[in-house]
Design a protein around this ligand. Structure first.
Ligand code: CA
Ligand code: CA
Ligand code: CA
Ligand code: CA
Length: 410
């Protein structure tokens, strides 16, 4: 009798493991109990017998409702599944190639969000290298309409994605998550806008649209001052557009029309005041701007730009009024990271006006001049190294609080 032995080389075993490991958890839509899986491999992976886990609940993928895609996932494709366990709040989701949920060899990807669950498979995920730490969780998105998404667009398997690769994003169910372009700098004098691709892969924005209601422009039709409409990873595109000017206006960024849709807007700014007609309501509902009454003041120095100073922002969701300040132009390059306004005085048209109802601090190394009305619920700090001037119109209602400091910006 002849005995035959088959010797599997370590390389062969490693290739098998890598191929069946290249499906990742890509997006979570918590309001609909949906998860989007992505097959990062070039070849098909059949995940019908794979398992989802939210300890102590488990589900075989073939038993779940398919929202889009196929359980025999073609290379570079998406599969969207519904599972009642995917809910908002403190939670986890594990993706396993087979049951045996305590065995790190079986887990392929993992995400923890909203807090640290009392019972979880986090330690299995950390041992397997598909999650960063048993105490790391992705914060819940700011609005129900936001999703949690993987923002590592070059991930090859679950070991490439951990806490730093997850963020609140826009719904892109069954499609790439990469829509991570923000409005980064606006120069009113020069009539240009700098867009930044905050993602780690190139993105083509030639069919995206700018909007200053009722004016609209496809980005591919505009004059490029710097960069390319296919913006490389972590890079800039600067385009000119006529409606960007020294008059009260807005600038919105859309992946496409229709422009009243919260699903299409990706970032928003409004400057100098509140325009009579605008998309600010759409922007606030989409979570890309603070409120319908907030705007960026005109720059004190005409040639200065207004610039986003949040270097960590991954999408328009993370940039708000507080992130915008005036500084010398940085056309096509990283913005100046100074978040101290030069001053708030009537001499430059930026005097503090309007009504305050909540807690807010205004800080500058220059001076503050105020016509504000502070309601009974207001708790306001004026912090100006160059002095504070309260005009006759300034008023604090009974119960309202004003702290005046001369420290300037922290
Ligand atoms: Ca991972
Ligand atoms: Ca997606
Ligand atoms: Ca924003
Ligand atoms: Ca810049």
């Amino acid at each position: 009798m002849i005995k035959r032995f088959v010797v599997l080389s370590p390389l062969f075993l490693w290739l098998c493991a890598a191929m069946e490991g290249q499906v990742i958890i890509n997006e979570l839509r918590l309001d609909n109990n949906w998860v989007e899986l992505y097959n990062a491999a070039d070849t098909a992976v059949d995940v019908a017998s794979w398992e989802l886990c939210n300890r102590p609940a488990y589900a075989t993928i073939s038993g779940l409702t398919i929202i889009s895609g196929n359980t025999n996932m073609p290379g570079k494709s998406y599969l969207v599944l519904e599972w009642a366990q995917i809910t908002s709040g403190t939670n986890e989701l594990g993706l396993y190639a087979q049951s045996g949920f305590g065995d790190p060899a079986n887990i392929r990807d993992y995400v923890m969000y909203g807090g640290v669950p009392g019972s979880s498979r986090a330690s299995v995920a950390v041992t397997a290298g598909v999650w960063s730490s048993t105490t790391d969780f992705v914060p819940l998105p700011p609005l129900d309409r936001h999703v949690l998404e993987c923002i590592n667009f070059v991930a090859e398997d679950g070991t490439d994605t951990d806490l730093d690769d997850w963020a609140a994003g826009f719904r892109t169910i069954g499609a790439s998550n990469h829509d991570n372009v923000i409005i980064n700098e606006i120069n009113l004098d020069g009539q240009w806008v700098e867009l930044k691709n905050t993602g780690n892969a190139p993105i083509d924005v030639s069919t995206w649209e700018l909007c200053d209601r009722p004016s609209y422009a496809e980005i591919g039709n505009l004059t490029v001052l710097s960069g390319s409409t296919t913006i490389p990873a972590d890079s800039f595109l600067v385009v000119m557009w006529g409606p960007i000017s020294d008059a009260v206006g807005e600038l919105a960024l859309y992946i496409s029309g229709p422009f009243g849709s919260t699903g299409n807007i990706r970032d928003y700014t409004v400057y100098g005041g509140l325009p009579g007609s605008s998309r600010i309501g759409t922007a606030v509902n989409a979570g890309v701007w603070d409120s319908t009454t907030q705007f960026i003041p005109f720059p004190v120095v005409d040639t200065n730009s207004i610039q986003n100073n949040d270097m960590e922002a991954v999408s328009g969701i993370q940039t708000n009024l507080d992130d915008w300040t005036e500084d010398i132009p940085t056309l096509g390059t990283t913005n100046n990271v100074s978040d101290c306004p030069p001053e708030y005085t009537s001499a430059n048209g930026n005097a503090l006006t309007g009504t305050e109802a909540g807690m807010i601090q205004y800080a500058t190394d220059g001076a503050i001049e105020s016509d504000q009305l502070l309601l009974s619920t207001a708790m306001v700090i004026y912090n100006a190294a160059g002095g504070i001037d309260l005009n006759p119109e300034f008023e604090v209602e009974l119960g309202g609080i004003l702290d005046a400091l001369l420290d300037g910006c922290p």
